[in-house]
Design a protein around this ligand. Structure first.
Ligand code: ZN
Length: 164
C-alpha cells in the first residue's frame, strides 16, 4: 500500500486549476450538476495522480469538503460510484467535512461557524453567493459583520492510496 498525498490546496488557489474551472461552471449550472461535476473532477485528478505515481490500482481516495460549499455528500458519493473508471474501479471514497472558521477583521476574534443556527434558505443563499454570509453572520464578540472565512470553502483531494 502506498500513500500519496496529492494536495491540501483548495481548488483555485494553486495547482489543480482545472478543478476550479469545473467547479465554477458547476455552480453556475445549478445545484444538481454541482456534485456530478465535482465527482468528475475528483475522478480525473485522482486518475492523474495515480498515473503520475505509477499506481496499478487505486484503493482509496480521500476528499475534504468545506461545509460552506454545501455539497450533498450522498449525491457526490453516488456520482463517484457511477463514473469511476478502470484504475479507480475498486477504490473506496472517503469524504470528510471541514468546519468553517471565521475571523473578525475588527477585533480579531476567531470562531467556528455554526450552520445549524441558520435556516435552510439562508444556507442556500450563502451557497450561491458566499458574500451573503455577512448579512447573517456577525462576530460573537463585537457584533461586526466584517469577517473573513479562514476555512470552510473549497474542496481538497487529500490523498490517493493504491498499489504499484
Ligand atoms: Zn469582532
Amino acid at each position: 500500500m502506498l500513500r500519496l498525498s496529492v494536495s491540501v490546496t483548495p481548488f483555485g488557489l494553486q495547482g489543480l486549476t482545472v478543478f476550479c474551472d469545473i467547479f465554477k461552471l458547476a455552480l453556475s449550472v445549478g445545484f444538481c450538476m454541482h456534485e456530478w461535476a465535482l465527482a468528475e473532477a475528483v475522478i480525473s485528478a485522482a486518475s492523474e495522480a495515480a498515473e503520475k505515481e505509477g499506481l496499478r490500482e487505486v484503493r482509496e481516495v480521500r476528499i475534504r469538503i468545506g461545509e460552506l460549499q454545501q455539497i450533498d455528500q450522498d449525491v457526490l458519493m453516488f456520482a463517484l460510484q457511477q463514473i469511476k473508471k478502470t484504475k479507480i474501479e475498486s477504490a473506496e471514497f472517503k469524504i470528510e467535512e471541514a468546519r468553517a472558521r471565521m475571523r473578525c477583521r475588527v477585533c480579531g476574534r476567531a470562531w467556528v461557524f455554526e450552520k445549524e443556527k441558520l435556516g435552510e434558505s439562508v444556507l442556500e443563499a450563502i451557497h450561491f453567493v458566499p458574500e451573503v454570509a455577512h448579512a447573517y453572520v456577525k462576530c460573537p464578540k463585537c457584533g461586526s459583520p466584517d469577517f473573513e472565512v479562514v476555512e470552510g470553502r473549497g474542496v481538497w483531494l487529500l490523498s490517493v492510496k493504491g498499489v504499484k
